[in-house]
Design a protein around this ligand. Structure first.
Ligand code: NAD
Length: 478
């Protein structure tokens, strides 16, 4: 077999120990790897490189297209960018695949039957990193959900389910509140789901869905979600399966992929031969599946299961009565190596025969007719009560644009409104054409200039569009 080039980073904290243990196991199992090492993490950050990765590291990643990464420590203080977020976005790693299985009775868990895979969208949502402080009191973070991004992750989840022999895909969103962004996620989930009649489909509002997942994870199979919910719930899922220390993840893109443990660099455990290398090993097993070495993936996974069954445990999963021997990182890896070629007796082996899906095609969208129908002007204003602001703004009629409504933190405060509503210094003032007609962009500019000239502190404007006659903006309630 020819060797597959991969890029490896040893990371910080417990990173170097668990990477060494993992690579020792892979080598003993006969994995055919041609390893290029790169430097990432704390030292690189502190040398002044804000991405935490040396520039030539990108060359290696672009060459090998496969990255096995140990956790890193992000230094305290501002100015450092998340290396994970940068890598995912720069390499287009849109799908984060995080399996969480129970290894009961060998690893303690309240959920002996759980076997959940969370497919987390990896590039969009609140992780676009577009944040602003707009007034003395108010900060904003933009949540961006795109149609192609959603189509890719949803289709990925269905393709994953189909290829890996799973039966159900559940979607977690908050579309009862975020009707446009999360609403799009649901819409795409329903549309694409129709193309997979062999797979059961289910939709949960994320709050109750999360509660169900924490309480009865055995009810779920594959769950697809936008970035933030997926980030949080995949940690919950790993933890309730036994420990965050035993879960790995794959970050998949059309061209590149990154594999890692889901935990961090656990600096307090570093250098003491204590850490559990299983999370990174699970990431490495997914990598072997991805690069077309499924027999090695299965061999390593089975030996690892047998090690757990034999009660050879690192401190984090060691339990008096269940465990037989408490071992360090190095000894755990040696125990796995000794068991290469053996099968577990109680725990079910897993087949890695079918590769992880990679390239997902997105359909070309028909262009919808986009019509400008109004504008939300955001003001920094603290001179009085909502009706004072309303009375002032109602005086303006800039070529037919009239004040329609004012909200504060999304609550309607003018016209009408309750005196009990707490107001900040951040006001959204919606202007629409007085006859309900479409408007020209120049009217928005004219309104903005008029308001600024009248002494208003305009923070920003947000255009209001209809698409094929349907409002592309949320309605104001109340
Ligand atoms: P952490 O995951 O490093 O540790 C959380 C807890 O889990 C600690 O008690 C730790 O001892 C334990 N733990 C984690 N991995 C373990 C393992 N393999 N074996 C045994 N015990 C393990 O989270 P944290 O303490 O919040 O973060 C530490 C550092 O890691 C921070 O600098 C953070 O930014 C970074 N981090 C990096 C990544 C990554 O590189 N992918 C992910 C998360 C956090």
């Amino acid at each position: 077999m020819t060797k597959t080039p991969i890029t490896v980073a040893y990371g910080d904290g417990i990173g170097p120990e668990i990477m060494k243990a993992t690579l020792n196991i892979l080598e003993a199992a006969g994995a055919q790897l041609d390893i290029e090492e790169i430097k990432i993490g704390e030292e690189v950050y502190k040398s002044g490189i804000t991405t935490g990765m040396e520039p030539n590291a990108w060359d290696s990643l672009r060459r090998t297209k496969v990255f096995l990464k140990a956790p890193i420590t992000t230094p305290q203080g501002g100015g450092y960018k998340s290396l994970n977020v940068t890598t995912r976005k720069a390499l287009g790693l849109y799908a984060n695949v995080r399996p969480s299985r129970s290894y009961y009775p060998f690893v303690e868990t309240k959920h002996p039957k759980m076997d959940v895979v969370i497919i987390r969208e990896n590039e969009e949502d609140l992780y676009a990193g577009i944040e602003h402080r707009q007034t003395n009191q108010v900060y904003q973070c933009l949540k961006l959900i795109s149609r192609p991004g959603t189509e890719k992750i949803v289709r990925y989840a269905f393709e994953y389910a189909r290829s890996q022999g799973r039966n159900k895909v559940t979607c977690f969103v908050k579309d009862n509140i975020m009707k446009l962004t999360d609403g799009l996620f649901t819409k795409v989930f329903n549309e694409i789901g129709e193309e997979y009649p062999d797979i059961e489909k289910e939709h949960w509002i994320v709050d109750i869905g999360a509660a169900k997942l924490a309480d009865s994870p055995e009810l779920f199979d594959v769950i697809v979600m936008p970035n933030l919910y997926g980030d949080i719930l995949s940690d919950v899922s790993a933890q309730i399966s036994g420990s965050v220390g035993i879960a790995g993840s794959a970050n998949i893109g059309d061209q590149c992929a990154m594999f890692e443990a889901i935990h961090g660099s656990a600096p307090r455990r570093a250098g003491q031969n204590l850490a559990n290398p299983s999370g990174l090993l699970q990431g490495a097993i997914l990598m072997l599946q991805h690069i077309g070495q499924p027999e090695i993936a299965e061999k390593v996974h089975n030996a690892w299961l047998k090690t757990l069954e034999d009660g050879i445990h690192t401190y984090d999963i060691y339990k008096e009565g269940t465990s037989k021997e408490k071992v360090g990182t190095k000894e755990f890896a040696e125990a796995v190596i000794e068991r290469l070629g053996q099968l577990p007796e109680t725990l079910a082996p897993i087949s890695y025969e079918k590769p992880l899906p990679v390239s997902i095609k997105v359909k070309e969208l028909p262009k919808e007719e986009k019509e400008l129908v109004g504008v939300d002007v955001f003001l920094d204003w603290e001179k009085g009560a909502p009706h004072d602001l309303g009375a002032e703004l109602e005086q303006f009629n800039v070529s037919g644009l009239k004040l329609h409504v004012i909200t504060n933190r999304g609550v309607k405060v003018f016209p009408g409104g309750f005196p009990e509503t707490f107001c900040t210094d951040h006001w959204r003032c919606r202007f629409l054409d007085e006859n309900g007609e479409a408007i020209a962009p120049s009217q928005v500019a004219e309104l903005y200039t008029t308001l600024v000239n009248a002494g208003f502190n305009c923070i920003k404007t947000e255009n209001l569009y209809n698409f094929n006659g349907e409002a592309g903006f949320s309605a104001v309630h109340g």
